[in-house]
Ligand binder design. Structure first.
Ligand SMILES: [Cu+2]
Length: 633
């Protein structure tokens, strides 16, 4: 008995030593414990940015990897008071009256098939919009859409290898144009799917390229061809049964749904040659009349994920009701199209034979959803039902490793894994359910993300972190590729309402419209007393004259819905209506300095009809003080 206790103690001691020294983790890559592999010293930076979509929060969340530290939120489709987004006139106009969006798929801009660090595109699924975030300042600069004729853009935006296009496709088929009156019973006859190619200019501006009328299936996900398949865009779909109710049963009947392959150069050429019909304000191509722009490949069991491998040779479709990933060969696809070996046509779209295009079936496990790739010839597929990630070899098609994730993984993201040259060090598992992984906070649980090390032969779980709802997808880019501005140079401020000195600060009146040209400098607003009359509409144009790092000034008006944030060198405009006579204070809402609390002012609202000077200027002494302050910096 004594000997048994002695042995047990010895075993415990060995185990404790192993855990303490981290040697139980040595099986993974790069050596060291999971804690060491994610530790980034205070003051040091992470090596990667991860951009996670924020689902129905309408935002993008930025994390640093490998520390998994939350860095910032980029507001996109939803007002965000912390950044004053959706409150100033410019961003309010960009939101187009919507105060929510459902942001699904971040897509980093590419040059030659590699992330270039210029922009991040992301879709708002329900309103069929695409936003472009400039990565110079991590700010949303454009929201394109709602895209005509598209009822919810889920297969979106998936930029092409030189960011020539971003794409959108109808999640819900619906009558085209969308205001056409129809009955759901006439679904097959009157409802249509639509695929849209949205052009992106060299400055990032989006414009309508073409639309293609598709059979009324539910178009699901997309990926761009690359290398040999550059010029093609691929889409999965479900509900080829064309059911319009109880989809969970009726849309899962057929053995095969489809992958659509769109030749976007041919589609654009057809539009440029005048072969499109203008419908709902967009040039729409009908495959019954225009041939050679789109083909269908039968694909088993409601395929979801659509992922092209880094060489551009293989197109992987994950049938979510199947235990395999179907891998198609682009070479075989082209050969079948060239030979015109079509099985049939559906609403004018030629259908190829599954066996003619199939390269391999990879037995990954239950509920395969998405696949990304590393730079060593491996693929990683998320398994929703198994709550696992499967690692498999491209070419031999064998599954070489599996790892458990917690729980119910949706998308996954490999570092630069959607490009032609994945760096592939890390994988983020984006889990739909976190259940018991974090301190409980009541019935509404956070979602979960998990960092997995891909550097060794075996995948190794490094870190769990909760995320705000709801990362559908994320993209990971090397930090060295992004070079954000530190400030906005005042000399480059071309805002028509900008003023570059306190001497120019003034309040101008034309009838009931008042324009207040103000400057913000630690720790004054100039002017800080503004006289208006009830019934006036006041536009505050605030220029932050600071050129120091991290000196943001806010502009919040009491008892109003107004708060904006003005970065160093930037000018922003906000509109306020003086509804009643009285005194309304305003203040700097972003902590800026030791005397931040003193950074305030008053709006003096006189009774309606009071005569007020056409131009008000701040006191000369105040202007001189601000000028002296700026000279000292
Ligand atoms: Cu301030």
């Amino acid at each position: 008995m004594k000997r048994k206790i002695g042995l047990a103690l010895l075993a415990i001691a060995i185990l404790a030593w192993a855990v303490a020294s981290g040697c139980t983790r040595m099986a993974g890559g790069a050596g060291g414990s999971a804690a060491q592999k994610t530790y980034v010293k205070p003051g040091e930076h992470d090596t990667h940015y991860a951009f996670l979509s924020g689902g129905h929060s309408g935002q993008v969340f930025v994390y640093g990897l490998p520390s998994c530290r939350y860095i910032t939120t980029i507001p996109v489709f939803t007002p965000e008071p912390a950044k004053g987004y959706g409150y100033d006139e410019e961003s309010k106009a960009m939101l187009g009256g919507f105060t929510w969006g459902d942001a699904h798929h971040p897509g980093l801009s590419e040059t030659n098939g590699n992330f270039d660090g210029r922009w991040l595109f992301i879709n708002d699924m329900p309103h069929a919009r695409i936003a472009r975030i400039d990565l110079k300042d991590f700010t949303t600069r454009e929201i394109y859409g709602p895209i005509p004729n598209i009822s919810a853009a889920h297969a979106c935006p998936y930029p092409t290898p030189n960011t020539e296009y971003v794409f959108a496709a109808s999640r819900f088929s619906a009558p085209v144009p969308t205001n056409k009156v129809a009955k759901v019973e006439d679904y097959v006859k009157d409802f249509k799917g639509v695929i849209a190619g949205i052009k992106v200019s060299s400055e990032g501006r989006m414009s309508m390229g073409f639309e293609i009328l598709m059979p009324p299936f539910h178009w699901d996900l997309s990926d761009a061809g690359k290398g040999p398949s550059h010029g093609w865009q691929f889409f999965t779909c479900y509900n080829s049964e064309m059911a319009h109710d109880t989809l969970e049963v009726k849309a899962s009947q057929a053995e095969m749904d489809y992958v659509a392959a769109v030749d976007w150069r041919a589609a654009q050429k057809a539009v440029d040659e005048g072969k499109a019909d203008m419908i709902g304000g967009a040039p729409v191509l009908n495959p019954e009349k225009v041939k050679g722009i789109v083909y269908l490949v039968p694909t088993p069991k409601s395929p979801h994920g659509m992922d092209v491998n880094p060489t551009g040779e293989y197109i992987c479709a994950s049938g979510k009701l199947q235990a395999e990933v179907s891998v198609f060969s682009f070479k075989k696809l082209m050969a079948a199209i060239d030979a015109k070996k079509f099985e049939k046509e559906i609403m004018g779209v030629p259908v190829l034979a599954y066996d003619d295009v199939l390269e391999a079936k990879v037995p990954v496990g239950l509920g395969p959803l998405h696949t990304e790739f590393d730079g060593k010839g491996f693929a990683y597929t998320s398994l929703f039902l198994d709550s696992q990630v499967a690692k498999w070899k491209v070419g031999t098609w064998e599954v070489v490793d599996k790892i458990d994730v917690y729980y119910s993984i949706g998308h996954l993201s490999v570092a630069e894994g959607a490009t032609m040259n994945p760096t592939g060090e890390y994988l983020l598992a984006l889990d739909k359910l976190s259940k018991d992984r974090y301190l409980p906070v009541g019935p509404s649980h956070p979602e979960g993300a998990q960092l997995i090390d891909l550097r060794g032969n075996k995948m190794e779980l490094l870190y769990d972190f909760p995320t705000y709802p709801e990362p559908h997808y994320g993209q990971i880019i090397s930090a060295s590729k992004i070079k954000p501005l530190k400030i906005y140079p005042l000399s480059e401020n071309k805002n028509p309402h900008a003023i570059k000195s306190a001497e120019e600060a003034r309040v101008e009146r034309k009838g009931k419209r008042v324009d207040a040209y103000m400057v913000a400098v630690r720790t004054h607003f100039t002017p800080d007393v503004i006289r208006v009359a009830a019934g006036d509409t006041v536009y505050f144009h605030v220029t932050n004259l600071e050129q120091d790092i991290d000196i943001t000034h806010g502009f919040g008006i009491l008892n109003s819905n107004i708060d904006m944030q003005v970065e160093p060198g930037e000018t922003k405009t906000v509109k306020w209506v003086a509804t009643a006579a009285g005194i309304t204070p305003f203040y700097c809402s972003n902590f800026c300095s030791a005397l931040h609390q003193e950074m305030q002012g008053y709006l003096e609202v006189a009774a309606a009809g009071t005569r007020i000077a056409g131009v008000q200027r701040p006191p000369k002494k105040q202007v001189e003080e601000v000028a002296a302050l700026l000279r000292r910096r």
